[in-house]
Design a binder for this molecule. Sequence first.
Ligand code: ADP
Length: 270
Amino acid sequence: EATSFGVRVAPLGSHGQVLVLAEDQTERRRVEAVRRDFVANVSHELKTPVGALSLLAETIQDAADDPEAVTRFAGRMQHEAARLTYLVQDLITLSRIQGGEPIPTPGPVPVDEIVHEAIDRCNTRAAAKDITLVAGGTEGLRVWGDDDLLVTALRNLIDNAVAYSPEHTRVVVSARPAGDSVEISVSDQGIGIPESAQERIFERFFRVDAARSRATGGTGLGLAIVKHVSVAHGGEVTVWSKEGSGSTFTLKLPAFGGTAYAVPSTSTTP
Ligand code: ADP
C-alpha cells in the first residue's frame, strides 16, 4: 500500500514563522478501513438472521391452520434467534478484549480446572456426534490469567474441533510445560484447514466454508476471540492442520510465577 502523508501548517510565534507537520496517515487509513469492513460485516451478519426471522413470522401467519407447519417454523425461528444471541454475545466478548485493556481479574489459574470446565460445556454437542473428549497432562500446571476468558478461549477451540469433525472421532486436549510457558493443545481428526487459509482463520468473520460454518451455528468470531484472549495474556495461538486428517490448535500462555510447575523447596533454580 502506498504511504500517504497529511500536511498541517500551524502559526508559531509572532514573527510570521510557521510550523509544518507532515503526518504519516497510512496506519490511520488502514485502521479506518478495517473498522469500516468490520461494521459492514457485522451489519451483514445481523441482517441474515433478522431477515430469516421476519420471513418465518410471515410464513407462520399464512400457515395458521396447519399446526404441524406452525411448530416446524417456530422451531426454525428459535434456531435463528439463538444464532442472533450467540453473535451478540461474541461481539460483546470481542469488544471487551480487543481494546488492549488489561485482563479483568488476573491470577494463578490451574490448567486442569479450566480444561475440564471447557470440556464440560462442550460435552452435549460432542455427545450428539458421538465424539469423545479427552484431557491429558493438565495436572499440576498453572498459568497466569483470567479463568473466565481462558475457559471461553478453550471452549471455542473445542467447539470448533467438534463442529469440523465427523462422527465417532476423538478430540484431545493436552497440556505441557514449555519453559516459562504452558502449551495447551486441542487436536481433532476433522476436515482440516487448507494451507492457504491457515493465516486468515483468526480474522473476524473469515470462514473457509461459510455455508458449513453457518450450518454448524458458527458466528465466524470464535478464533478472533481466541487470538485476542491469548494476546491479552501475553501469549499466542498457533495452528497446525492437514486437510482430510485434522487440526491442532495450540495456546501458549505464560506460566504462573514464571515457571510451569511450582518450584520445589530443594530446587537450586535461582
Ligand atoms: P466459525 O464460527 O465459522 O467456526 P471461527 O472463527 O471459530 O468461526 O473459525 C473460523 C473458520 O476456521 C471456520 O469457519 C472454519 O472454516 C475454520 N476452522 C476453525 N476451527 C477448525 C477446525 N478445528 N477444523 C477445521 N476448520 C476449522
